[in-house]
Design a protein around this ligand. Structure first.
Ligand code: PMP
Length: 386
């Protein structure tokens, strides 16, 4: 069938560069995958049981569009407890099919054709595509290794034009593992005020930080009204397959997003909502345990990569290391492809993550400790052969 039937909007969007590596890796035996960005833990047992109980007790119906009120209330309490920020569960919170849906809704309600959204890069592979699908133009501003991949407020200021509608940030960051400092976020908040911009803050890794504070962007002075906060359960609670995330925002923004969600989704899975409620109520110790475990692996992979000769900035959040591979003389795609074919280790080329990503590869360390050890040996062998 001819692609002439497809809209130009979708024709202009390339497939995710990350997929190619998953697909190639999945056809090979004995591959150690550091490529997929998801926890290797199964969802904590009480949360699993809550999902099972929900189904067995006949919770098999639609819920309100925004999600069950009890769940919205629990999330409001949770955000208040963690970040001292108060959201009205009736008008300012909704549950989405992962943070992914939240991103799509946010871009769709904000952007008119040709509007610009500044995206801090290297970034999650979906960002540019989501902005384009909403008719907007992504304007990439790279975070640099020299700044520990923190934001560069001056570079962001320089990228603002009369068409700029919003700034999209993600800390802790996929793929760099960076956690933005309070000072740079305050500078971004001043820019947002000065230029009357909305900030979309994707904080899906908020609980996975190692010895540093996570600053919740809307909790900064004056920012609650201007921020669309995106969060979820996929990473913090090892619930990627349940497909549940949330949005918190001022009523005008949230209600617009909810209108769109109403027509497209209606409501998210009831089972996932009941499981997420349990996660909010009793999941804290599991979050702490998983975080400690990631921290152990983080220390090992970072020191291992540095020893091998791939300089790696210490990632302070999420579960990714982002080593600099320029000393090998290979670009990131060639490095990843050869490493996979020659030593059967799957990593993701930095070029997949937008501006500033070339020269690096992403290694997800949410993988068993002994597998990471073995992967490091293989990478070492690979490098010595180049
Ligand atoms: N944002 C970021 C930064 C991510 O890394 C991911 C998942 N890789 C998502 C959003 C999507 O998460 P979800 O499973 O909640 O849709």
């Amino acid at each position: 069938m001819s692609s002439k039937y497809l809209s130009s909007r979708i024709r202009e969007i390339p497939p995710s560069a990350i997929r190619k590596f998953f697909d190639l890796a999945s056809t090979m035996q004995d591959v150690i995958s550091l490529s997929i960005g998801e926890p290797d833990f199964t969802t904590p047992e009480p949360v699993l049981q809550a999902g099972i109980r929900s189904l067995q007790s006949g919770q098999t119906h639609y819920t309100s569009n925004a999600g069950k009120l009890e769940l919205r209330e629990a999330l409001a309490e949770y955000l208040f407890r963690l970040y001292h920020i108060q959201y009205d569960p009736n008008r300012e919170i909704m549950f989405t099919i992962g943070a992914s849906e939240g991103l799509h809704l946010a871009a769709s309600v904000l952007l008119n054709p040709g509007d610009e959204m500044i995206v801090s890069t290297p970034c999650f592979v979906s960002y540019q595509g989501i902005i384009r699908m909403a008719g907007g133009v992504p304007v990439e501003v790279a975070c640099r290794k020299e700044d520990q991949f923190d934001l560069d407020p001056q570079a962001i200021a320089d990228a603002i034009t009369p068409r700029t509608k919003a700034i999209l940030i993600n800390f802790p960051c996929n793929p760099t593992g960076a956690v933005a400092s309070r000072e740079t976020l305050l500078e971004i908040s001043r820019l947002a005020d000065a230029h009357d911009l909305i900030v979309i803050s994707d904080e899906i890794y908020d609980r996975l930080v190692y010895g540093v504070e996570h600053v919740c962007f809307p909790a900064l002075p004056g920012m609650q009204q201007r921020t669309i906060l995106l969060g979820g359960f996929s990473k913090d609670y090892a619930m990627t397959g349940w497909r549940i995330g949330y949005v918190a925002a001022a009523p005008e923004l949230l209600q617009a997003m909810l209108r769109m969600h109403q027509y497209i989704i209606m409501c998210i899975s009831t089972t996932a909502q009941d499981a997420a409620l349990e996660a909010l109520k009793t999941g804290e110790s599991f979050v702490q345990e998983m975080c400690q475990d990631y921290d152990r692996r983080r220390k090992m992979i970072v020191s291992g990569l540095n020893q091998i000769g791939l300089p790696t900035v210490e990632p302070l959040g999420a579960f990714y290391a982002f080593p600099d591979i320029t000393s090998t003389g290979l670009d990131s795609a060639a490095f990843a492809e050869r490493l996979l074919k020659e030593e059967k280790v799957a990593v993701v080329p930095g070029s997949a993550f937008g501006k500033g990503g070339e020269g690096f590869v992403r290694c997800c360390y949410a993988t068993a400790y002994d597998k990471i050890e073995e992967a490091l040996e293989r990478i070492d062998r690979f490098i010595s052969k180049i």
